[in-house]
Design a protein around this ligand. Structure first.
Ligand code: GAR
Length: 197
């Protein structure tokens, strides 16, 4: 059984998909804890499913490194096999990435390497593309340029707003994430190999 720590900053719809998938006894992974960098709305999903959570507010620390060390300490207490950044909107310091790599993955609402960064949906719309996507990557020290685990195209429709487009991307992200966790658990996806390639 793969143990997961999921880090969020927002609504946590991807987190919820994992919590729901975990309810199936056959699903080979379990969320053991949910972490946040702020009082994130999505922490309510953890509570609803009876999963422990922790918050390490960025604003309570002198700098990114101290915040990262405190976050890492919380994460490691759970001895997770895999840490998932699921709408976690802070860059992790190199020490944290080194400690968790390659078992640290990130969801992104664009077809990476297109439109990296905090505004993947907005940037795709601004660029006027007719298709964007959803991606899952192994986190490294780059901003959203780590090895791609899986990605899928999502069409942009005329008249789309950031919110309508994000709403079309999110179900794809959820499906890719749940399937990838399954594939990591059963060995069909090997993060070590992906990170080495
Ligand atoms: C997701 O679309 C995720 O890919 C994105 O934030 C959303 C969080 O949704 N992450 C990034 O943009 C990271 N650069 P959720 O809180 O409902 O799961």
């Amino acid at each position: 059984m793969l143990s997961l720590v999921v880090l969020i900053s927002g609504g946590g719809s991807n987190l919820r998909a994992l919590l729901e998938a975990s309810e199936d006894a056959e699903f080979p992974a379990r969320v053991v804890a949910v972490g946040a960098d702020r009082d994130a709305e999505g922490l309510a999903h953890a509570e609803e499913f009876g999963i422990s959570s922790f918050t390490v507010p960025f604003s309570s620390y002198q700098n990114r490194e101290e915040w990262g060390d405190a976050l890492l300490e919380q994460i490691l207490q759970w001895e997770p096999d895999l840490v998932i950044l699921s709408g976690f909107m802070r860059l992790l310091p190199p020490r944290v990435i080194a400690a968790l790599s390659p078992n640290l993955i990130n969801t992104h609402p664009a077809f990476l390497p297109e439109f990296p960064g905090a505004h993947g949906v907005r940037d795709a719309l601004a660029a006027g593309v007719t298709q964007t996507g959803a991606s899952l990557i192994v986190v490294d020290e780059s901003v959203d340029a780590g090895p791609i685990i899986v990605r899928e195209r999502v069409p942009v429709h005329p008249g789309d707003t950031e919110s309508s487009l994000h709403d079309r991307i999110k179900p794809v992200e959820r499906r890719l994430l749940v399937q990838a966790v399954l594939d990591i658990a059963n060995g069909h996806i090997n993060l070590k190999e992906l990170a080495r390639a």
